[in-house]
Design a protein around this ligand. Structure first.
Ligand code: GUN
Length: 285
């Protein structure tokens, strides 16, 4: 029988603990962790993600605000908005929801965020820290996956971890976090030839390719641990992962569900990193 890696339950537990730490931070230092989420345009999926982030932040006692900007905002205007939050001492975390409209260069936007407030861990300064082995702000989805694996006491030492997907948000930082735990890492992607030949070797398979039910049991070695990062909609609008759950659960030993697996952990790590940034601020006072 496959065991589910229950991200929802772990996220609830971690967010409840975080709420207590936030109360303590307020009591001892009169500091409330402040998060601003910047949303440009009207992308339906982004609006849902942003609403979930804000709801969780409020529940944990954060000061959280969403700034909703018009699709037609210029790059320069958006950078100016970010600069005001860079300079605002009550804000410890700044998140710009991606994707951005085509006329805006997301690399330039990310560069304009103060690295110490970059709770998404996307700024090249934070990427560099991660790859040089001194992680500071780490992209939230891979950080959440590491927490989930750790909560289930899954040892990574010497294991073969295969990742499908090489994005800056998931695949690439995931590779570095797994390397740091002494896994052997193979990073595959949409152009990889003979993909199954790699995935079938995986002790741990992380799937972040963005295609609904892409991975079936013939990609998976018996007993493997499978983590599904996918968030896709099927023809009926139902949320489905990149992994065909019914098929893969016949061979995997452990598997994350969608929803209720990786998604809640991403939000938890966003809050955790905003809290840590507020804590560093308290230490400076
Ligand atoms: N869009 C999809 N995932 C993410 C994420 O983790 N952070 C941001 N800012 N945008 C996203």
């Amino acid at each position: 029988m496959v065991e589910l890696l229950d991200g929802k339950a772990l996220a609830q537990k971690m967010q409840a603990e975080l709420a207590k730490k936030v109360t303590e931070l307020k009591r001892q230092h009169q500091i409330v962790p402040g998060l601003v989420v910047i949303l440009v345009g009207d992308d339906a999926a982004s609006q849902i993600y942003v609403r979930n982030k804000e709801r969780a932040a409020h529940a944990a006692g954060f000061k959280s605000q969403t700034v909703h900007l018009s699709e037609s905002i210029s790059q320069e205007e958006l950078i100016n908005v970010i600069m005001t939050y860079n300079d605002d001492p009550s804000i410890h975390g700044i998140l710009v929801q991606l994707p951005l409209p085509d006329h805006i260069n997301d690399k330039k936007i990310i560069l304009s965020i103060d690295p110490s407030k970059d709770v998404d861990g996307f700024h090249p300064m934070n990427t560099g820290h991660l790859w040089s082995g001194r992680p500071q702000m780490v992209p939230c989805t891979p950080a959440g996956i590491m927490e989930l694996l750790s909560a289930y006491s899954i040892s990574l030492e010497g294991k073969h971890a295969v990742i499908i997907g090489r994005s800056n948000i998931v695949g690439k930082p995931m590779a570095q976090l797994l390397l740091a735990k002494n896994a052997t890492v193979t990073l595959t992607h949409s152009r990889t030839k003979h993909l199954k030949a790699f995935t079938k070797q995986a002790d741990l398979l992380i799937v972040a390719i963005g295609a609904g039910h892409f991975v079936t049991k013939d990609f998976v070695k018996a007993g493997a641990i499978v983590v599904d990062v996918g968030m896709n909609r099927d023809d009926n609008g139902k949320l489905i992962g990149d992994v065909d759950f019914d098929s893969v659960s016949q061979v995997a030993s452990m598997l994350t569900p969608v929803p209720g697996g990786v998604g809640p952990m991403t939000i938890t790590m966003l809050l955790e990193q905003t809290y840590q940034a507020a804590l560093r601020r308290a230490a400076k006072n």
